[in-house]
Write a protein that binds this ligand. Structure first.
Ligand code: 13P
Length: 253
């Protein structure tokens, strides 16, 4: 069975003390995860080590970075390399979140490099894709998302693409309170899996987890995650509230 994953994306929120408290609350909650389920916390860079230490002994809890450089090392002031993340034992990294694409001009080509460098360092990229409202209104979202995948992950071998997690996050649903309907999410997830199947074969396409992101809340998580091709969620706002994110983890299949 594919991994079912509840991933928190704290974005640029919470002080160190607030983050430490939130994570402690999450770890102390009595959540039972089976071997196919994981909780992942994408925290700001300065909190990585604290977060790693907090979840280290908690089974199926993992820490992620929210970004990494596409460069190996060198004179890139302010950047964080995949190798640095690896040296902190960080197993996951978000790649290509729509906010990175929009505000930091990250292109599909740059994201392909980030995917490569994560994989080279044994870090699982959580590769984000998704269309803006205008594209949805033009009803061209399927080809748009397909293009994002083509340009950033289709160069990988079957062995390497199996190391990726995909997060479909329609931009119009992020932070807007406007969730994609269960049918819209399932339709896109099925399309992504179909595209993966055409390119990498059925067996590989069936093993890749595809998360949904965009206004996932405690109240709608169970319904969204219940769709056959939705393997959990990537959660912003609701991941900042312990009781909400605990419910979201509990909603995993
Ligand atoms: P919200 O859950 O706040 O809509 O954010 C989604 C997101 O961008 C997660 O990466």
């Amino acid at each position: 069975m594919r991994k079912q994953i509840a991933a928190a994306n704290w974005k640029m929120n919470l002080t160190y003390q607030q983050g430490a408290g939130l994570l402690q609350e999450m770890v102390s909650a009595n959540i039972t995860l089976n071997e196919n389920q994981s909780a992942v916390f994408a925290v700001p860079f300065p909190y990585l080590e604290m977060a790693f230490d907090t979840v280290q002994h908690k089974k199926n809890y993992f820490i992620a970075a929210q970004n990494c450089s596409d460069k190996k090392s060198g004179a890139f002031t302010g950047e964080i390399s995949a190798e640095m993340l690896k040296s902190l034992n960080i197993p996951f990294c978000l790649v290509g979140h729509s906010e990175r694409r929009e505000y930091f001009a990250e292109s599909n080509a740059v994201l392909a490099e980030k995917v490569n460098i994560c994989i080279r360092n044994g870090i699982t990229p959580i590769f984000c894709c998704g269309e803006a409202l205008q594209i949805r209104e033009e009803n061209t979202q399927n080809t748009f998302v397909e293009q994002q995948l083509k340009e950033s992950i289709f160069h990988l071998s079957g062995e390497h693409v199996l190391k990726i997690i995909i997060a479909y996050e329609p931009i119009w649903a992020i932070g807007t309170g406007k969730t994609a309907s269960t049918a819209q999410a399932q339709e896109m997830h099925a399309h992504i899996r179909y595209v993966l199947k055409n390119y990498f074969g059925e067996s590989i396409s069936n093993q890749i987890s595809i998360l949904y992101g965009g206004s996932v809340k405690a109240a709608n998580a169970r319904e969204i995650f219940g769709s056959p091709d939705v393997d959990g969620g990537l959660v912003g706002g609701a991941s900042l509230i312990a009781s909400d994110f605990i419910e979201i983890i509990r909603a995993l299949k």
